[in-house]
Design a protein around this ligand. Structure first.
Ligand code: XMP
Length: 516
């Protein structure tokens, strides 16, 4: 029997994959596609519901992504989110306007009309997450307003005779208090999806069986990063084929202190080996004099691929390239190719080597259908140490994007020392596991200080500690002054080169988590 499926049409929102994530959590399969797939394609996959995502456009923009009105004739329930709501309204003849106030972040949503399934058992007033510049001015005929916020009088609408609903806020973002319940109402009550068809049980057993059968004593290479995706991928493949797996770890020189040793130790503990390539000088020379963050990122990505390729060619008879790709990586690179989402940063992801470089190799991506927290659950089932499972994320370009501006050996060593002190204190204060990510940024600015009666003139460093569910939105962590003071004192006293610490109190958006 065909599985119940929800189709998400992506109009370029930074949050589209979060919609997918939430629905998978509810236990229903999803397909996330470009907004412009054909009606016949939609009919062929037989979705039980369609979600139109948000996006960075205004419906009146030149080249704004639109869909055929025929989608409303399919008799499939539809939920529009943010841009999706404006689009529904526009296509039915409503009017859109620029909001008087751009609205980003927390708002209070008031339900105006309870007699609908979307807001079944949702309280009359709740916190929602808004992120928009446009809003509906006049609703189209046959629609009804079902909710508002203080600055947006039309924050939710529904069709009077069809199962078409829309919300201006983002129910997929955790900061929306009843977002998951609203999505559940849409998927289970309105679309009537009943079959829970997504289940992690048996995942490992099946993966090991499939990999063993497919690889059949041929060699596999894996670009190893030391993150949880990498460890879980390596562990599953090693369980399947033992030493036919060859892990390569490239030390860019932008790693945390003792990272190499940590990785060697953990791999030994888990009985597989990793070849470590020392490429510190290679990367440092390529980044000499580079200031622009995007240039840095691009150079690192390119050099990484070059070195990985060179190393992998030394291993004879390799047939497979394994990657720690997870579902969010796939969504990023496939549905995002539609050029709709605004470009923020080019990520260098060790687990995501471009396959065109290794065309002759067949891909193994055991985690490609999983989201991060599912990978962690699997890692837990496999008995991986907590140190791996709950390690804060560390970006592929590493410390290079935490040294703002030009990079040199001295700055790397200053930052490594400062980051190491931060890590020790996060653990001493038992804070590490209650924050999502914590790190230091070294600014290219010097300030005057005084130490033991002597004038100092040294770098300013920033402490960035955030809490987040999904790394798409984040808030700075509200930590005690005692802890902040301890970090500042220790870093300034123990790290030669920093004489001032500041705490970053911005959230994401409008800032990003890393500074470059
Ligand atoms: P931003 O700075 O975009 O970061 O708010 C969101 C999360 O992604 C991490 N990050 C990266 N991870 N390669 C990675 O593997 C990268 O190039 C990269 N850049 C940022 C960042 O640390 C945060 O967890």
């Amino acid at each position: 029997m065909k599985k119940d499926l929800i189709l998400i049409l992506d109009f370029g929102s930074q949050y589209s994959y979060m919609i997918a994530r939430r629905i998978r959590d509810i236990g229903v399969s999803i397909s996330l596609c470009n907004y412009n797939i054909s009606i016949s394609h939609i009919l062929s996959i037989k979705p039980k519901g369609i979600i139109l995502s948000g996006g960075p456009f205004s419906v009146y923009d030149n080249g704004a992504p639109l869909i055929s009105k025929n989608i409303f004739q399919l008799d499939i329930p539809i939920l529009g989110i943010c841009y999706g709501m404006q689009l529904i309204s526009f296509l039915f003849g409503g009017k859109i306007k620029k909001s008087k106030y751009k609205e980003y972040g927390k708002s209070y949503f008031i339900i105006d009309h309870f007699n609908n399934n979307l807001f079944y058992e949702i309280p009359i007033k709740s916190v929602v997450w808004m992120s928009h510049c446009d809003e509906i001015k006049n609703i189209p005929k046959k629609f009804q307003i079902i909710g508002h916020t203080s600055s947006c009088s039309i924050a939710s609408i529904m069709h009077l005779n069809k199962e078409i609903y829309a919300v201006q806020f983002h129910p997929e973002v955790k900061n929306t208090e009843f977002g998951i319940s609203i999505l559940k109402n849409f998927i289970l009550r309105i679309c009537k999806c009943t079959k829970k068809n997504w289940d992690l049980n048996n995942f490992v057993k099946n993966s090991i069986y499939k990999i063993k059968k497919r690889v059949n004593k041929k060699k596999v290479i894996l670009g190893f990063s030391g993150g949880v995706d990498s460890f879980v991928t390596a562990y599953i493949i090693h369980q399947s084929i033992g030493n036919y797996l060859n892990c390569i770890f490239i030390d860019t020189g932008f790693l945390l202190k003792k990272e190499k040793e940590r990785i060697s130790f953990l791999c030994k503990k888990m009985n597989f080996s990793v070849k470590i390539i020392d490429a510190k000088n290679h990367f440092l020379s390529r980044l000499n004099g580079i200031i622009d963050p995007e240039k840095k990122r691009k150079i690192i990505g390119k050099e990484f691929i070059y070195l990985f390729q060179k190393e992998s060619e030394k291993i004879k008879d390799v047939e497979f390239l394994a990657q720690g790709t997870i579902y969010s990586d796939i969504i990023e690179s496939s549905s995002r190719n539609n050029q709709l989402s605004h470009f923020i940063k080019s990520h260098h992801n060790v687990g995501g080597l471009p396959h065109y470089t290794f065309m002759k190799l067949k891909l193994i991506e055991p985690l490609k259908k999983l989201f991060k927290d599912e990978v962690i659950k699997i890692g837990k089932k496999l008995g991986l140490p907590e140190e791996i499972l709950y390690r804060h994320p560390f970006p592929g370009p590493g410390l290079s994007i935490r040294i703002i501006g030009e990079i040199n050996e001295k700055k790397i060593s200053i930052l490594k020392e400062a980051e190491s002190i931060l890590l020790q204190e996060l653990k001493n204060y038992n804070i590490y596991n209650s924050v999502s990510q914590a790190f230091i940024i070294l600014l290219p600015i010097k300030s005057v200080g005084v130490m033991g009666d002597k004038r100092t003139y040294e770098y300013v460093a920033v402490l960035r500690i955030i809490n987040t569910e999904d790394f798409m939105t984040a808030t700075f962590s509200h930590l005690s002054y005692d802890f902040l003071e301890k970090i500042s004192n220790r870093i300034i006293n123990e790290v030669d080169g920093i004489n001032r610490m500041v705490y970053d109190i911005t959230s994401k958006p409008p800032s990003t988590i890393e500074w470059e």
